[in-house]
Ligand binder design. Structure first.
Ligand SMILES: CC(C)(COP(=O)(O)OP(=O)(O)OC[C@H]1O[C@@H](n2cnc3c(N)ncnc32)[C@H](O)[C@@H]1OP(=O)(O)O)[C@@H](O)C(=O)NCCC(=O)NCCS
Length: 310
């Protein structure tokens, strides 16, 4: 028996902050941001919308898409580095609002790789037949830890949420292989003090190397090759980093998800938001082989090879 994704949903705040808006706030330019990152605009949650509100909205849609009731959820895992407060967890906050009365709940802190960590954790509980349905949410309100006076970081990030119900799927479908990793020696390159502090150059080098390697590793573990890949969902941090992974897999441009232009880097939310968009556009179909890959502060990384469909 194998675990897979049986339902998904996303939430994005309405307010759009464009590169031109940022030009009025700091010494930057639309041209620099587009060329260096591929970002054109990002969404910003209003003051009265917190992380748990976005997580709740995305989770509701995922539950509906899966065709289950909240009471059927056994475990809620929320990947976030921007919880409403250190405790209670975002997962406990949404457990109450969803009415998922039978679910255990905890948050996962693995930065931009958090959704990968969440899915892999869910898979263990399902395939050991301890639980049947796990809700995994990737959600961030990065705007509240962004230093709007620091042009090195302020142009990169956005707010949003993506959610998935992980459950048993039919034979040959589901999560075929995964890789998770961490390197605490790189903690100094990307962390939160009051705001996000980043050594962009170092993170860039790490990401280009690790994303490509992790993609190849999961394919090897699944006994598959680059030629088997139908679609790549990379963490949406920077188009140049994403392009490096695509080239490593020798995939044509139309086989890689790109939402970074509209939403910027939404950390743990970027991969689930992208999957939902590609499914809606018809780019991901049943039985396609999808590779998802993420990296982030910690440093952390994670990749999954999944045969799409219930
Ligand atoms: C952020 C990033 C685009 C910067 O590109 P880079 O080639 O490393 O550029 P540098 O930081 O060396 O800066 C180059 C110049 O651009 C300037 N610059 C930085 N941000 C700028 C901005 N928003 N607008 C205009 N100029 C900017 C720098 O001040 C520097 O100017 P200088 O040469 O006069 O000192 C790149 O490092 C990156 O994407 N890193 C990964 C970040 C990431 O993905 N983080 C999240 C991980 S989950």
């Amino acid at each position: 028996m194998r675990a897979g994704i049986v339902g998904m949903g996303r939430f994005l705040p309405e307010k759009i902050l464009t590169n031109h808006d940022l030009e009025k706030m700091m010494d930057t330019s639309d041209e620099w941001i587009r060329t260096m990152t591929g970002i054109e605009e990002r969404r910003i949650a209003s003051d009265d919308v917190n992380t748990s509100d976005m997580a709740f909205a995305a989770a509701q849609k995922a539950i509906e898409d899966a065709g289950i009731t909240p009471e059927q959820i056994d475990l809620i895992l929320v990947a976030t580095v921007t919880p409403d407060s250190p405790f209670p967890s975002v997962s406990c906050r949404i457990q109450e609002r969803l009415g998922a009365t039978k679910a255990a709940a905890m948050d996962i802190s693995a930065a931009c790789a958090g959704f990968m960590y969440g899915i892999v954790t869910a898979k263990q509980f399902i395939e050991s037949q301890v639980y049947k349905y796990v809700l995994v949410v990737g959600v961030e309100k990065l705007s509240k830890i962004t230093d709007w006076n620091d042009r090195n970081t302020a142009v990169l990030f956005g707010d949003g949420a993506g959610a998935a119900i992980i459950g048993p799927v039919s034979e040959d479908r589901g999560i075929l292989a995964f890789e998770l990793g961490a390197d605490g020696t790189g903690a100094k390159h990307l962390y939160q003090d009051e705001f996000i502090i980043m050594n962009g150059r170092e993170v860039f080098k790490f990401a280009v190397r690790q994303m490509g390697e992790s993609c190849i590793n999961v394919l090897n573990k699944a006994g598959l090759s680059k030629d088997d890949v139908d679609f790549l969902i990379p963490h949406q941090a920077n188009i140049r980093i994403m392009e490096a992974s695509r080239q490593r897999l020798e995939l044509p441009i139309e086989k890689m998800s790109k939402t970074v232009d509209k939403y910027g880097n939404t950390s743990a939310a970027s991969i689930p938001i992208s999957i939902v968009e590609e499914v809606e556009k018809g780019k991901i179909k049943d039985d396609d082989l999808i590779v998802m890959v993420g990296f982030g502060g910690g440093l952390t990384w994670g990749a999954i090879a999944i045969r799409w469909g219930k």
